[in-house]
Design a protein around this ligand. Structure first.
Ligand code: PHE
Length: 323
């Protein structure tokens, strides 16, 4: 027994890692280890000696356990040498999706599940798509609704995602259902409720018997996804040159009616512009202000919070579901 003890003490000297330690420990104290085997051999010993040997074997077992524990402590105590070339530990751990993208993803997921084709349009746009084709001719007062930013080459920054409607309908024949998400630009003040850059989700559907009922149903599913099943939704008359009738949707949330988005039935002139016969086809379209949704949902009072990227603000959305 003394020999076994010495043997282990000797072997422990060359152990350098916790996993080597575990291997060695298993060899002696494990279920199939040497000590277990010796306990088994006790059966073969004279009854007179068995008691004495059993006691000694137990002593050996405790001594070995102690030796292994001591070595474990030693290994744990060893300070890792500093390697200054190692990458630093990330201070904030795993990142999080920006609240605008959380809201947008959830809306797009709903639309995708309904069969909407998710596409993209350019941020640098032509007046032709941003205005003319959407039934907003030059000198139309509606152009003032959307203070525009023009580039030197005659192009402009899109003031809304609605030109996507035109581009999509020029490329695809009805029946069709499509949506896009992206940045839009306006020559606006930068204050608590206005930003010269913000995000919209545009959706449109054209088919043989599309009605306001289809539009309402789709928008209600989107609102529900973010504000829950019991939220009250109200459709009010509004005006956009590219939809007729036009509506805005308000949501009753936390005690207030809040205006959330614009929508309507695609204007027959717009359908004609893209070569779709309005006698045969009808469609709806909607434009969602993503900041608006996010501000209401997360009770954010100042739109500028979204763009400052203050880590304390972004960290608040760590546990939000975005899928
Ligand atoms: N483009 C409109 C806006 O930016 C919103 C809208 C989209 C309205 C589609 C009706 C249909 O205000």
């Amino acid at each position: 027994m003394n020999e076994i003890y010495e043997e282990v003490v000797e072997k422990l000297k060359s152990v350098k890692s916790l996993s080597d330690l575990d291997t060695l420990k298993a060899e002696y104290l494990g279920r199939k280890g040497k000590i277990r085997k010796l306990f088994g051999d006790l059966k073969k010993v004279d009854e007179a000696k068995r008691r004495e040997l059993g006691r000694k074997l137990n002593e050996l077992k405790s001594a070995l356990e102690e030796a292994f524990n001591k070595k474990r402590e030693e290994l744990l105590d060893q300070v890792e040498p500093l390697d200054p070339s190692m990458p630093g530990e990330s201070w904030y751990g795993v990142g999080t999706l920006h609240p605008i993208y959380i809201v947008a993803n959830r809306i797009l997921n709903v639309l995708e599940s309904m069969g909407f084709d998710i596409g993209e349009g350019p941020e640098v746009e032509e007046e032709y798509y941003n205005f003319e084709m959407l039934n907003i001719p030059k000198y139309h007062p509606a152009r003032d609704m959307q203070q525009s930013l023009y580039l030197n080459n005659g192009k402009m920054l899109r003031t809304h995602t609605s030109p996507f409607q035109i581009r999509y309908m020029l490329k695809h024949k009805p029946p069709l259902k499509a949506a896009t998400f992206g940045r839009v630009f306006r020559a606006d003040e930068f204050d608590a409720t206005h930003s010269p850059v913000f995000h919209q989700i545009e959706g449109l559907a054209v088919d043989r018997n599309i009605s306001i009922g289809d539009l309402k149903w789709t928008l209600e599913r989107i609102v529900e996804e973010l504000f829950g099943k019991d939220v009250k939704v109200k459709f009010l008359p509004s005006y956009f040159p590219f939809t007729e009738p036009s509506m805005e949707v308000s949501v009753f949330y936390k005690g207030k009616w809040l205006e959330m988005l614009g929508c309507g039935m695609i204007h027959p002139k717009v359908l004609e512009n893209v070569g779709i016969n309005p006698e045969e086809w009808s469609g709806y379209a909607f434009g969602i202000g993503v900041e608006r949704f996010a501000m209401v949902k997360y009770e954010i009072e100042d739109i500028r919070m979204f763009y400052e990227n203050d880590i304390r603000f972004l960290e608040m959305f760590k546990s939000e579901r975005w899928i």
